[in-house]
Design a protein around this ligand. Structure first.
Ligand code: NAD
Length: 462
């Protein structure tokens, strides 16, 4: 383990003291923090575009859509609903309990640790913070070291807009994360890879700390036959779900497509046209796309093409520009199923298309692999939709679109199995950072004597 994180123990003691003071439980405190997040954005919007541009080359429209807009929406939604979420919920009781009253009272967990990733370094850091403060917790946020400008921005601005004795940003990489993980937390919320997710869970086990793990994996997209009138929209949505969010460096981005053999040539043609319209046709002049985050990930993505049995299946793209860390949108047709590109999360702009004789085989194809975070299916066949919903398991399933489920605050967002554990967004975020306490109030009337001894003369007869 590297150098000790300066002031970490003092910071944690201060956060615990703040929680004990009870002020984070007050609704006014919670609302003030949520407003603080909105003010942080409105005062610094240009700077946020600039750090996202520096870390990832994000286009301002993409930065608004996937980062600033998301955080604003979540903070406003929490502000609108906070009172309702915090209110105790009356609970019905069995007749045996009369006269009594029961309710479920949400209470904050205490001090929570949030560790986030670099691909949406602003929204994936602050969106969970919104849930944690809505629920009345104190927070340590550790942003990813791979998006250093955004991390520094959060470290500088968060203390100016949010209660600095209750919410702290601690910057650093693996060493820092490991030191933080040695501390006792009341909850750990982690966004990142499945590999690190299991390290987080092992560390949390020491103090029986509950965890939410927002992980990754391969998100399949099923492409069934569609009428010509719907094709254009479908292709745009697939292209945006593959290359649009952070150049494919997105946990819920399209990883690969499953399609019937007879439609594959048309699908490839339409995708090529769409790529050229959206992003251009030369790797030296790609527009509206992020760069790969760093040299390590650039080499990792390209290494997926190294195997000659894989590179031979490239039907579009395949070029790169090392100077600006850009990889051209690339399509592969039927790479070997046992290759790395079909077994590892791609997390980059390469799109394998796998052909099947019959689209219904996609169900077995998916079920033979780890449960995905997101499953997409473009189809108008209602019976097939029903089968997909009932016979496959994934964090979410979206019909006829990609990525958009992330925006729905009324839907839980999270994975299942290796793609994650727990969920957040909207009320689910509040619940994720709360304990639902059962509160039962009894009267002294109507004592049910058989519950007490002596029982010798009593015959059980239920
Ligand atoms: P990562 O797991 O490498 O890192 C995530 C965080 O963990 C970072 O803050 C990093 O500093 C920390 N970390 C790294 N190694 C660690 C270790 N050994 N011990 C403790 N902490 C450690 O992931 P990443 O590269 O930042 O993100 C990419 C992965 O995250 C992909 O798998 C992607 O699918 C997933 N992801 C999931 C979601 C989601 O919402 N489900 C969102 C974004 C990314």
């Amino acid at each position: 383990m590297g150098e000790e994180v300066p002031g970490m123990n003092r910071d944690i003691a201060e956060l615990r003291q703040t929680f004990r003071s009870g002020r984070t439980k007050e609704i006014n405190w919670r609302k003030a923090q949520l407003r603080g997040i909105l003010k942080l954005i409105s005062d610094n919007e240009d700077k946020i575009y600039s750090v996202l541009q520096q870390d990832l080359g994000k286009h301002p429209v993409e930065s608004y859509r996937d980062e600033i807009g998301i955080v604003k929406k979540s903070a406003k939604y929490a502000l609108e609903n906070l009172e309702k979420w915090m209110a105790p919920k009356k609970s019905p009781l069995p007749l045996l309990m009369v006269p009594s009253k029961a309710e479920v009272l949400p209470e904050p967990l205490g001090l929570v640790l949030i560790i986030s990733s670099w691909n949406f370094p602003f929204s994936l850091a602050l969106d969970p913070v919104i849930g944690a403060i809505s629920a009345g917790n104190t927070v340590v946020l550790k942003p990813s070291e791979l998006s250093p400008e955004c991390s520094a921005f959060l470290a500088q601005t968060v203390p100016r807009y949010l209660d600095p004795e209750a919410i702290k940003v601690i910057e650093g990489g693996t060493d820092t994360a490991q030191q933080l993980l040695q501390q006792r937390w009341d909850k750990i919320f982690f966004t990142g890879s499945s590999r690190v997710g299991s390290i987080i869970m092992s560390a949390a086990a020491k103090y029986l700390t509950p965890v939410t793990l927002e992980l990754g994996g391969k998100c399949p997209t099923i492409f069934d036959s569609l009428p010509d009138s719907d094709l254009e929209v479908a292709i745009k949505r697939i292209a945006s779900g593959k290359w649009g969010p952070c150049s494919g460096q997105a946990c819920i981005g399209v990883d690969y497509i499953l399609v019937e053999k007879r439609f594959a040539p048309r699908l490839v043609e339409l995708l090529k046209k769409c790529i050229e319209k959206f992003y251009g046709d030369s790797v030296d002049n790609l527009k509206n796309m992020c760069r790969i985050v760093n040299k390590h990930h650039f080499n990792r993505v390209l290494s997926l093409l190294e195997d000659p049995s894989v590179s031979a299946t490239v039907v579009y793209g395949g070029t790169c520009n090392e100077q600006n860390l850009m990889i051209q949108p690339t399509i592969l047709l039927d790479p070997p199923l046992d290759s790395d590109i079909m077994s590892e999360e791609i997390f980059g702009p390469l799109l394998p298309i796998i052909t099947l004789d019959n689209i219904e085989e996609s169900i077995e194809f998916i079920n033979l692999r780890p449960k995905p975070l997101a499953l997409y299916a473009f189809t108008k066949n209602e019976a097939f939709k029903k089968r997909l919903s009932a016979e496959t398991s994934s964090g979410s399933i979206t019909f006829n679109d990609t990525m958009i489920q992330f925006l729905c605050d009324t839907l839980p967002f999270g994975g299942v199995g290796p793609s994650g554990m727990g969920r957040y967004h909207g009320k689910y975020s509040f619940d994720t950072f709360s304990h639902e306490k059962a509160v039962l109030q009894r009267s002294f009337l109507l004592e049910l004597e058989p519950r007490h001894p002596p029982w010798n003369s009593f015959k059980l007869d239920f």
